[in-house]
Design a protein around this ligand. Structure first.
Ligand code: ZN
Length: 239
């Protein structure tokens, strides 16, 4: 085990309230591409970039096109939790990790067994009718030929936060509380450029900030430990 991994192992051993904050990089090791990355989802089959298609105004104006993209590029029903998800679930079981805060919508932390998961951007596994609020499983969206409809004929939409939509404020408050209470914050798989979720880490006042990311982040100068490696390999090696 190299020096940085040993440091991480020691930090985790001495911690009693770890919070993990994760982004798209946590899911890429499960085969789910980051739609923001250059070689990610964008391809010429769509006339608009993903950030446009995944916006509320696009959803309202081009609902069929939104769902065509969403079904093809946002749903990964066969994806499995990777070593990062599994290690974090184990840390929660040991009583060390108190919350996973994620920007991902793929439900893989829950699938790995994590219980206290704060999904800031929602989940593809929750869907609801925009007219009567009836809830639907992912299959309703995945199997619909065009725009998924409720038995009341309302549109069934995923409970995910689209561009131009605000985050759930109650959930944000819970996430802020977790940050304030944490003694170790591990940030992984995000360059911390997406607001307002990324601003959350300003609330962390504990002793050890650990960043695990392949590229630089805007918080590198505040970090106690920086690991430029795959997050699954890293967490899998120390937990
Ligand atoms: Zn309905």
């Amino acid at each position: 085990m190299n020096d940085t991994l040993l440091q991480l192992k020691t930090i985790i051993q001495n911690a009693s309230n770890i919070v993990f904050f994760g982004g798209a990089g946590v899911s890429t090791e499960s085969g789910i591409p980051d739609f923001r990355s250059v070689d990610g989802l964008y391809n010429t089959k769509y006339e608009h970039p993903p950030e446009v298609i995944l916006s509320r105004s696009f959803f309202d104006e081009h609902t069929g096109e939104f769902f065509r993209f969403y079904r093809e590029k946002m749903l990964y029903p066969d994806a499995k939790p990777n070593k990062a998800h599994i290690a974090l679930a184990a840390l929660e079981q040991q009583g060390k990790l108190k919350a996973v805060i994620t920007q991902n919508i793929d439900g893989l932390h829950t699938a790995a067994g994590s219980v206290n998961v704060l999904e800031l951007h929602g989940s593809v596994y929750r869907n609801y009718c925009m007219s009567c609020n009836k809830t639907y499983p992912m299959e309703t969206i995945a199997q619909a030929k065009d725009v998924p409809r409720c038995s009341c004929d309302g549109i069934v939409r995923p409970d995910v936060v689209l561009y131009e939509e605000g985050l759930d404020q109650k959930l944000m408050q819970t996430a802020v509380r977790a940050m304030l209470d944490a003694d170790v914050l591990i940030v992984g798989g995000t360059s911390l450029n997406v607001q307002p979720a990324a601003g959350l880490i300003r609330y962390f006042g504990g002793g050890n900030l650990v960043l695990i990311n392949k590229s630089e982040t805007s918080y590198d100068k505040y970090a106690n430990l920086i690991i430029r490696d795959k997050i699954g390999e890293t967490l899998g090696a120390v937990v």
